[in-house]
Design a binder for this molecule. Structure first.
Ligand code: ATP
Length: 310
């Protein structure tokens, strides 16, 4: 029995860890279907990320027969920000999923500092990239654990000092110290309820603690109140300042500040440039989007987060 129990127990523990990671990551990237397994090569190289330059080189991908991405090529210089915009279903999230290697590209390649992500260890890749999703999944555990988890998907070995520093930088420290049990407060579905903005701050703290060179961000579409929104924007801007950032952008303020904007339609990049460059072309898809936003703003009495341009 003991002989059997050992491996079973081991399996159980690992299965839970894998499942936990998987569910977390799955939700992080809003993957609803089972991803295709990607495999490490026989002798994967270590990923070395001194700068954090990201390059998509003629990437093609399909979930099934219908192509989802076609001939996607762009470069994000180290430390700069690219905003990905486009209609629902155009392939924006898929671009981020491929960078995280949830799926392998079917044509072309994705490079990080010149290294094809298929040739390197997946754990290195996932350690180099931080993700701040629209809806952060919190584990039913302490808020400390939820922040510390950022480090290699494993909370062990992270000091309280580091957790507090990350929380402070994400502007959530004061809120946490207001709870009776402070950092030991249980959060998640069965614990203390956190607002959408607070959960996002936990995700920011998690990412700051992980300290990746590359950050993928799926900007929230749902409106938070204006002051919360502004504070979150500030935290996000601080987090992405010196990191290579890929943002699925819904806010004009984000788009305006990006170093490069990619307009994705039907799985292709149809336009690219800075806000000023794109707006200069009156016939561009981007100009149309811009004009539509302005018109909507004029018509909308309610708060529209997309128009909350600084
Ligand atoms: P949104 O703005 O609504 O999040 P998006 O631009 O991020 O959309 P993707 O999520 O990348 O779009 O999806 C691109 C296309 O791929 C869509 O047609 C979608 O239905 C399809 N798709 C996404 N995930 C899967 C999947 N796991 N299996 C099959 N098809 C998928």
């Amino acid at each position: 029995i003991a002989q059997l129990y050992g491996p079973l127990n081991w399996f159980g523990t690992y299965y839970r860890i894998i499942q936990k990671n998987f569910i977390d990551m799955e939700k992080l990237l809003e993957l609803f279907d089972e991803p295709v397994e990607v495999e490490d090569p026989v002798a994967p190289a270590q990923l070395v990320v001194p700068r954090g330059e990201v390059e998509f080189d003629n990437v093609c991908f399909a979930y099934d027969k219908q192509p989802t991405l076609r001939g996607i090529s762009f470069k994000v210089p180290a430390g700069s920000t690219v905003a990905i915009v486009g209609p629902s279903g155009s392939g924006k999230s898929t671009i981020l999923r491929l960078l995280f290697r949830f799926y392998d590209v079917q044509g072309g390649r994705i490079l990080i500092d010149g290294q094809d992500i298929r040739s390197v260890r997946q754990c290195d890749l996932r350690q180099a990239i931080g993700i701040v999703p629209q809806d952060t999944v919190l584990f039913n555990d302490s808020v400390r654990y939820n922040i510390a988890y950022g480090r290699a998907g494993c909370a062990a070995g992270v000091s309280m000092k580091e957790v507090m520093a990350a929380a402070d930088a994400a502007h959530i420290h004061r809120r946490i110290t207001g709870f009776a049990e402070q950092y030991e407060t249980r959060v998640g579905e069965r614990g203390q309820r956190l607002s959408g903005g607070e959960k996002q701050r936990v995700a920011i703290a998690r990412t700051l603690l992980k300290d990746p060179r590359i950050v993928c961000l799926d900007e929230a579409t749902s409106a938070l109140d204006t002051s919360t929104e502004r504070q979150i924007q500030t935290s996000l801007r601080e987090m992405t300042q010196d990191r290579t950032t890929l943002i699925i952008a819904h806010r004009l303020s984000t788009v305006i500040h990006a170093d490069q904007i990619l307009i994705v339609q039907n799985g292709e990049i149809v336009e690219r440039g800075t806000h000023a460059e794109l707006i200069a072309d009156a016939g561009s898809v981007y100009s149309d989007m811009w004009m539509k936003q302005l018109t909507d703003a004029a018509n909308a009495a309610s708060y529209n987060p997309f128009l909350d341009a600084d």
